[in-house]
Design a protein around this ligand. Sequence first.
Ligand code: UDP
Length: 329
Amino acid sequence: MKILVTGGAGYIGSHTVRQLVRSGAEVTVLDSMIYGHPAAVEGSGAKLVKGDLGDASIVYPLLVREKFDAVVHFAAFIQVGESVQDPLKYYENNIAKPLTLLRAMLLAGTRKFVFSSTAATYGVPSQMPIPETEKQDPINPYGGSKLMLEKVCRDCEKAYGLKSVFLRYFNASGSAGDGTIGEDHDPETHLIPVILQAIKGERPGITVFGTDYDTPDGTCVRDYVHVDDLADAHLRALDYLMKGGKTECFNLGTGKGLSVKEIIDAAEKVTGKKAPVTYGERREGDPPYLIADATKARDILGWVPKYQDALQIVETAWQWANGPHGGHY
Ligand code: UDP
């Protein structure tokens, strides 16, 4: 299989690239390198093309020349708060630019597309755990941009026969256990790396955003799913499309909820150190619970996450934080 991976130098993208190469696929990464890291791809066996997916002068010839069997599309901006402040940045990058990619796919005759969507497309869900049938009513431009691209892809199936899989991630976490690739966002806002950076003394501390939620310990509950399990779902989605599968969406989560306090406890156990914690106000746009019903991914893709335990997940994040890159490329 010849696969194009956009955003393959990013966090989930780089873990997926590794698994794809190991499975025998010929992989090309297209990454603007705005947030991607060359070191996340180096040594993986994938070819790296630096370029913007909205740049037709790069994307059209690449796709027409290479005639990929499928495109796995990660490249996107992902900060919820920034999307509220600068929605056009998100609509341009997460909707307008992928249109160029989709157009290039049509020109090249590539009609299989796996796309990183998100639990944020559900907004404030009416049921927990959340099945894919939950209404999609995002409460921020980030979630809105992802939902809009899902809609574009559904129209493209009807009009051009382009088949897509939308993978709606819950809380991606952890790293490849060998410590060589991992999560490195700038700025870093995600809970697990923030706690581990605080424990390492790289930041003054961690603030728990809200302790008065209607949850067992008052802090928000999320479904933390390991990045290698997410990567595995992409390979399964490709297999599903190769076998003639139609456009589908799948939630990717473990189905287990963990509170912010439980994650802090897990980090303290794994590291053997106390986290410098302060308790603060709620963060805008945080629903109390987000837990996946991932039954559909299990039934159709045969996807069962291997990491079911917070300690194991945090352990791999800690390996990355103490690996050859020290948690930063
Ligand atoms: N969180 C927190 N302090 C932080 C970062 C995150 O209390 O410094 C909380 C956040 O409010 C949410 C959970 O941890 O309830 C997971 O947040 P994260 O940003 O990792 O992922 P999100 O749920 O936004 O995708």
